[in-house]
Ligand binder design. Structure first.
Ligand code: PHB
Ligand code: FE
Length: 330
């Protein structure tokens, strides 16, 4: 396995005259796309990935700042976050590539990977296709290059200026601001909570209907922070179709299924061997261990709460075996 710090920048290797897309080199990796597929090459191997899958993973990896641990674009290719640097790997967590010695990994400063991935995304994504939306709610990424997208590819989260609903909150949350309730949640009734503040606390206390908030999300498999208490981070998200990445945990992660259902496929993090399947229904809670990778499938758009422990250095405690990979002993 090659593991070296490669502080190089992304280079264009030229444009496909017919399709209009550029090919890129970043460290030892080369990236090229055609009408249907992304082609990734490294010194000892190549991989072909459906273009939709590749682009949906790419923009999330950038937007999530490489998330916690591993992001697999498919079973073989992906990134690992070291919180300051990022590994890009191919086959490093796949039994077959490891055995054949065709795996490859390079470590880059985080900002270089952001720039590289952003450069590829801007070149390869055309107007009318939004990889953050559910497949039924956006256009196609297939075919030759069309006009480039003009808006933010990785739209920043719209940060709440104040607690939702309090004076000064400008979070878009109504039909008028272009955030209608998603078609999948049209049958829900959103009752608003009653707030009775003690005298002297008027205007400082509020409650919202979180279902109403999540139902208006126009993206999918893209968690937004709902609350942070110390290192405990609650993210809510609206899930339709499949999680476009396979997430390898470097810590425990909790899921609370708020509506409908999600099927999770769980594999060993290092080899990819199957470890289990979970079908989570509304109200179910589960802890994903620190030594697995997982991918979720939502047959119908559903609501999910993801709880993360953002304690710095936690990844190392798990990596060194100082904490067991699961949160509870029964
Ligand atoms: C996860 O990998 O745990 C994950 C990622 C995105 C989501 C939900 C869960 O929307
Ligand atoms: Fe995860």
């Amino acid at each position: 396995m090659t593991a070296a710090a490669v502080p190089s920048d992304i280079k264009s290797l030229g444009k496909d005259a017919q399709l209009g897309y550029s090919e890129f080199q970043f460290g030892g990796f080369k990236f090229r796309r055609d009408e249907y597929f992304a082609h990734v090459a490294w010194p000892k191997g190549t991989r072909i990935i459906e273009i939709d899958r590749f682009l949906r993973a790419l923009v999330r990896d950038i937007g999530w700042q490489f998330f916690y641990g591993w992001i697999f674009f498919d079973d073989v290719f992906g990134t690992q976050n070291h919180y300051g640097s990022v590994d890009i790997f191919a086959g490093s967590y796949d039994g077959g590539y490891k055995a054949a010695g065709t795996d490859f990994m390079e470590t880059f400063p985080t900002d270089k990977v952001v720039t590289a991935f952003d450069t590829i995304a801007r070149d390869w994504i055309s107007e009318g296709y939004d990889p953050l939306r559910a497949p039924q709610e956006t256009g196609t990424p297939l075919g030759s290059k069309r006009a480039p997208r003009k808006d933010a590819l990785v739209r920043g989260f719209t940060p709440a200026k104040r607690m939702l609903g309090l004076p000064g909150d400008v979070t878009p949350r109504s039909d008028e601001t272009g955030h209608p309730v998603n078609r999948a949640f049209a049958d829900l009734k959103f009752e608003q909570p009653e707030v009775h503040a003690e005298k002297g606390f008027e205007g400082q206390l509020n409650a919202i209907n979180l279902f109403d908030h999540i139902a208006r999300s126009d993206v999918t498999w893209n968690p937004s922070v709902a609350s942070i208490t110390g290192a405990s981070i609650f993210c809510v998200t609206s899930e339709e179709h499949m999680l476009p990445v396979i997430h390898g945990n470097d810590r425990n992660e909790w899921f609370i299924q708020l509506s409908d259902e999600i099927h999770w496929q769980i594999q060993d993090k290092n080899t990819g061997n199957p470890r289990g399947r979970i079908v989570m229904k509304a109200g179910d809670v589960c802890a994903m261990p620190a030594d697995i990778r997982h991918q979720g499938f939502a047959p119908k758009r559903s609501m999910l709460l993801v709880a993360e422990n953002g304690t710095p250095g936690l990844d190392e405690l798990y990596a060194k075996g100082k904490l067991p990979p699961y949160p509870l002993d029964f």
